[in-house]
Design a protein. Structure first.
Length: 291
């Protein structure tokens, strides 16, 4: 049974590592990690809407849930196709990587589902995992496969770009082991891609929409999901939520009772970090906002 919790049941561990003075105050004074809800099977894909409500997926149960600003939990979508990574576009549609259904979709506020991509060069996608809309008419997404690899039609695990004007799907990165988390900067200049298959995270320059160039190793760490704050710090999820400055130096770590899978900033001021972590859903108050 899924249950919402009113009180903190966890503690916060924040450790500054090679921290600069102006990067040591990311978490609100006295804030603790709080368990908001439990009883899920595997939570993932937190995404914030325009108002600050946060949606997240429970992959095995094929559901997408909503955590509203008033602290109430509801189910936004049933039979989600094994939705994993989620992200809202500028029009308020919820974009999703449906790993089980092997497609990328858009769900309108009214619940109407549109398939944006389910194949590349006539072959089914593996299991789309995470995505990021660039605000310029396109969507980046990763396409690994975890667990059973029966039925795979692609020749590996790659990163793709959907051009929404004609729904064309282009393979844009094909030299990673198993790409997973992905996000770009709000100005559209940088793209971060985690490769937990090789325990690395890379940053690319975007020379044009859907055109990553100049790959650079950002961190000797993979990640499941990731997010950025207004200072350009990158939050990676491994055994904890690890925070990296724009120069790639780790400046902090947030301990969570369960292994975290993904993160996003939400709430009315975007100063709450929401964390999906296996069977639970958590949050912690921040002193910085999401980008």
């Amino acid at each position: 049974m899924i249950r919402s919790l009113k009180f903190a049941v966890a503690v916060l561990l924040f450790v500054g590592l090679t921290a600069k003075a102006d990067d040591s105050d990311l978490i609100a004074a006295g804030a603790k990690v709080t368990k908001l809800a439990e009883g899920f099977t595997f939570t993932e894909g937190p995404a914030v809407d325009a108002a600050g409500n946060v949606y997240f997926s429970d992959i095995p149960n094929e559901k997408v849930h909503k955590w509203s600003l008033d602290g109430k939990l509801s189910t936004f979508r049933e039979e989600s196709g094994g939705a994993n990574g989620l992200f809202f576009d500028a029009a308020g549609n919820l974009l999703g990587c449906e790993g089980k259904s092997r497609r990328v979709t858009s769900t309108s506020p009214a619940g109407e589902v549109t398939v944006l991509a389910d194949s590349y060069i006539g072959k089914k996608l593996n299991s789309p995992n995470d995505l990021w809309p660039d605000g310029q008419g396109g969507i980046f997404f990763t396409d690994p496969r975890y667990g059973n690899e029966d039925g795979i039609e692609q020749d590996g695990f790659h990163v793709y770009y959907i051009a929404l004007d004609n729904r064309a799907v282009t393979r844009i990165i094909d030299d990673l082991v198993k790409p997973n988390g992905i996000i770009g900067t709000a100005d559209g200049k940088l793209l971060y891609v985690a490769d937990p298959g090789d325990n690395k995270t890379y940053v690319y320059r975007l020379s044009a929409p859907g055109k990553p160039t100049n790959r650079r190793l950002f961190a000797e760490s993979g990640s499941d999901g990731m997010t950025l704050d207004e200072r350009g710090n990158l939050y990676l999820t491994r055994d904890a939520v690890n925070i990296y400055a724009p120069d790639g130096n780790q400046i902090g770590s947030i301990s969570v009772p369960e292994r975290p899978s993904n993160v996003c900033f939400g709430g009315p001021d975007r100063k709450t970090l929401f964390i999906t972590a296996r069977k639970g859903f958590y949050s912690v108050k921040m002193s910085v906002a999401g980008q």
